[in-house]
Design a protein around this ligand. Structure first.
Ligand code: URA
Ligand code: ZN
Length: 375
């Protein structure tokens, strides 16, 4: 019988204790506040990530910071390895003066969180994405020093990054040395949203977190990645490896429209070396899409860079998709043994029409093992 292949979660978050303390010390969002429980029997902590969040934010507890909780969640769902990242909004709310030293401390904390975790064969169960102090006026020399730090920490395999860059987005020329260093060091950039799109778009009806998370998050990623492509970052840094959260948002769906708009705009058409659809094949996408049709579609769009044949495209695209959970977000509303947000993504991978068993195994873990150098 063939050995069981690895299940690797590339989209799974933590608020390290040091980070949670910073959030507890803050009077405004993002913050962790403490308030009496509704029945008055004690106090509870709530996480408020954005101002104006409905119902005073969401419950927060050890699942956000306790490593044993992460490992027991992994055990419950058969996850062998997690590539853990600090959850949003990272260091975005800190001052440029304080962020670099906090970034360095959190990177060292994450290395020790991973390196002291249980291991099997030569692998740890935990690896991580480090943090960069991406804030206006942080000098490139400081960013490069912290990239060196991350590259020197054996369990850190990349960085998690929001969409603001140094305040002007990811098409900012000031980021050139950062892309160059990340590509040179072989660190994977996990691009993740936080801000969504302006809440004025959501109207007056109360829809809880649905519109910002289901639509705002992926649209933010779509816009940020498109701007990065349009600025030529992927042309100038072919070795740069970018992993997009939530299967790249709407980018696959809109990629041919994007290509057409570029074709009809002489300024941008002259700037790019390739058709817009080509760049999709150079990116990696988490498989946090919750549906097999969506995964199949993303795979076809991604594989289109290298083939004209639909089933071949779907197979090629399978090499660029990676299982993720978004833990500890999206816990079940009722007590259940396993989390629906996880089983739904596993079922989607199992259900994509036309994928071979090997392609499914690659999405579950083989692609991550290669991308993060675990094999
Ligand atoms: N998933 C995340 O990563 N962050 C959120 O704020 C909500 C869901
Ligand atoms: Zn996430």
């Amino acid at each position: 019988m063939a050995a069981r292949k690895l299940l690797i979660d590339v989209h799974t978050h933590v608020y390290l204790p040091r980070y949670a303390s910073v959030l507890r010390s803050r009077p405004t969002a993002p913050r962790i506040l403490s308030r009496p429980t509704p029945n008055g029997s004690g106090t509870e902590e709530r996480l408020v990530i954005l101002e104006n969040e409905p119902s005073g934010g969401r419950p927060v507890g050890p699942q956000y910071w306790d490593r044993d909780e992460k490992l027991s969640f992994m055990d419950k769902h058969g996850i062998d390895i997690s590539i853990v990242s600090t959850a949003n909004p990272w260091l975005d709310f800190l001052s440029p003066a304080e962020a670099p030293s906090i970034a360095e401390s959190l990177n060292a904390d994450l290395e020790s969180y991973c390196s002291t975790a249980p291991s099997f064969s030569s692998l740890s169960r935990l690896y991580g994405f480090g943090l960069l102090p991406l804030l206006p006026s942080v000098p490139a020399s400081v960013l490069l020093r912290i990239i060196d730090q991350i590259a020197s920490l054996p369990h850190l395999k990349g960085v998690i990054m929001g969409t603001r860059g140094l305040g002007k987005g990811l098409d900012d020329e000031a980021l050139e040395p950062v892309w160059e260093a990340l590509a040179r060091e072989g660190l994977v950039v996990f691009l993740h949203p936080h801000y969504g799109i302006p809440s004025s778009e959501w109207g007056e009806r109360e829809n809880g977190h649905v519109l910002p998370l289901a639509l705002g998050f992926p649209f933010e990623t779509t816009i940020a990645t498109t701007r990065l492509i349009l600025s030529g970052v992927l042309d100038r840094h072919p070795a740069l490896r970018l992993l997009l959260a939530h299967s790249g948002g709407a980018l696959p769906q809109l990629s041919s429209r994007l290509a057409s708009c570029i074709d009809h705009d002489p300024l941008v058409a002259a700037r790019l070396r390739h058709d817009a659809r080509w760049y999709l094949g150079r990116l990696w996408f988490d498989a946090v899409a919750y549906g097999r049709e969506e995964l199949a579609f993303v795979a076809e769009c991604v594989g289109r860079a290298d083939s004209y044949d639909k089933s071949h495209q779907r197979a090629l695209g399978a090499a660029r998709l990676l299982f993720g959970t978004d833990h500890p977000f999206f816990p079940p509303l009722q007590d259940t043994e396993t989390w629906h947000s996880v089983t739904e993504n596993l079922e989607a991978i199992a259900g994509v029409e036309g994928w071979s068993e090997e392609e499914r195994e690659n999405v579950r873990g083989g692609n991550a093992a290669r991308l993060f150098g675990l094999v």
